[in-house]
Design a protein around this ligand. Structure first.
Ligand code: TGC
Ligand code: FAD
Length: 403
């Protein structure tokens, strides 16, 4: 299909992936960060970009990419390599998420869940035996994992969960259901959060094939269509006591995994925004109306100038977050601010980019609508836009709006 200028879509796709480094943030990164960034950028360009529109349209997860993601070190980049991770720092982890989400938020999700929500809790809260059993296979993509926190009636308020475990000899009996779980229909391993008989939240590792455990797919999503989402249903599932994560109790267990994943999302969203900006800038220079390129109109320049300004501010926020994370000084509330700001920024950039593309902006010739629809999920999962505002509100006032 040709666009209104007669140029073909293939060219638009091949030309994408311009670097946008308005404030020379590359100067703040190490050689290793730049190498990781370039390797993932190349992989996304070769493996994701050529297929992603098709998979999104079909509403199908490109499962063959799990192996490639493992090979480029996208699963647990900051988990030590002896446990199957990448052995890199938090900055590198963020940069990798940015490059993956430049391709598609669903591809970044595949990596976020595997690394930050499955490998990380096992690494941080698991026994040595659990780490040795699961982490290498999750790191190399042999196992796919998922993270079950949200329930049908408990999304923003996970503390209200009703999924529960009861002791029975050398096992726990697990009952309940989780909803909106990325990768669940494919997962070999699920990290599930459930209340024990004292009402304390505990983490258990549930394996595919355990009797009474099923993971039906959720259909009908208009967002994150290349990522598979499902439920987790537990009907008297017998889970060996050795599958309990021994080193954490309470809501801070799952929330600290979320901190890790939200950090990655605050970087990832910048990648989606950059891809939309790239496409809009190129289109504005190529597309003429009233005898001149639309990039020459002041209103188009305003849109583009504001887009790159917001992207640059988000990059600086993410970079600073990375330095704080690497110094071990980052707070959950700082991560909330960056997740909320950067995802919202990316969604606004996608909307402006869509306008610049005119009618072409709604087609699959350009990545804009796919990113825009994806970002509606990213704005909601890992804590909604408003929940993160209230976390900031609580942090600065000392007053809890959730009670
Ligand atoms: P609250 O009393 O504030 O906290 C309970 C305990 O947890 C500690 N804590 C944290 N620890 C680490 N990291 C964080 N981010 C933390 N936030 C809080 C806190 O210090 C306390 O510890 P302690 O020792 O005193 O017990 O809890 P609350 O019940 O008032 O809830 C607070 C609230 C609403 C902010 C929280 O529950 C929340 O964040 N809600 C949003 C839920 C959410 O984000 N769900 C995400 C599900 S997973 C997902 O979406 C994956 S998408 C994956 C993909 O495809 O990429
Ligand atoms: P609700 O909590 O019902 O919120 C509805 C609205 O009410 C929102 O606008 C919210 O901001 C607002 N609201 C709620 N409480 C307040 C308040 N106190 N003050 C003001 N406003 C409030 N979860 C997992 O556990 N694992 C996963 O892998 C996972 N993957 C996901 C993948 C997709 C595609 C999607 C869409 C979701 C996924 N989630 C996952 C779930 C996600 O984290 C939740 O959807 C999210 O936390 C919001 O919960 P909810 O959808 O139940 O909305």
């Amino acid at each position: 299909m040709s666009n209104q200028n007669g140029t073909i879509s293939k060219r638009a796709r091949e030309d994408r992936f311009q670097a946008h480094d308005y404030y020379q943030i590359d100067d703040l990164l190490s050689e290793d960060h730049l190498l990781a960034r370039d390797a993932v950028r190349t992989w996304v360009k070769q493996e994701v970009s050529p297929i992603i529109e098709e998979y999104s349209e079909k509403g199908e997860c490109p499962t063959h990419l799990f192996k490639g993601l493992a090979e480029i070190g996208a699963f647990g980049p900051s988990i030590p390599s002896e446990y199957g991770g990448g052995g890199m720092d938090e900055m590198a982890y963020g940069i990798i998420m940015q490059e993956l989400e430049r391709g598609d938020s669903g591809i970044r999700s595949m990596a976020s869940v595997q690394g930050s929500l499955v490998m990380y809790p096992i690494y941080r809260f698991g026994s040595e035996e659990q780490k040795r059993k699961y982490l290498p296979k999750l790191g190399n993509g042999e196992f796919i994992g998922c993270f079950g926190l949200t329930e049908p009636d408990h999304g923003s308020n996970p503390n209200g969960m009703v999924t529960n475990i009861k002791e029975d000899g050398d096992s726990y009996i697990l009952n309940g259901a989780k909803m909106w779980i990325t990768n669940s229909p494919l997962a070999d391993v699920a990290v599930v959060w459930a209340k024990d008989e004292s009402g304390i939240i505990r983490g258990v590792i549930v394996e595919k094939g355990m009797k009474g455990f099923s993971a039906p797919e959720i259909h009908g999503k208009w967002s994150l269509r290349a990522s598979i989402t499902g439920e987790l249903v537990f009907e008297d599932v017998r889970v060996p006591k050795s599958n309990l994560l021994p080193n954490v109790q309470g809501l801070k267990g799952p929330l600290s995994c979320l901190s890790k994943a939200r950090y990655g999302i605050s970087w990832g969203a910048i990648g989606a925004a950059m891809d939309c900006y790239d496409s809009a800038l190129r289109y504005a220079k190529e597309r003429s109306q009233f005898g001149k390129p639309i990039a020459q109109f002041q209103l188009t320049q305003k849109k583009l100038a504001e887009m790159i300004t917001e992207i640059t501010k988000a990059q600086l926020l993410a970079w600073r977050l990375g330095t704080l994370a690497d110094a071990g000084k980052v707070t959950p509330a700082q991560i909330s601010m960056a997740k909320r700001n950067n995802v919202n920024m990316a969604l606004e950039v996608a909307r402006e980019a869509r306008q610049i593309h005119g009618g072409m902006g709604i087609t699959n010739e350009y990545p804009i609508m796919r990113h825009m629809m994806n970002l509606e999920t990213v704005l909601t999962y890992e804590g909604t836009h408003d929940i993160h505002l209230l976390i900031t509100g609580q942090d600065i006032t000392g007053l809890n709006a959730f009670q």
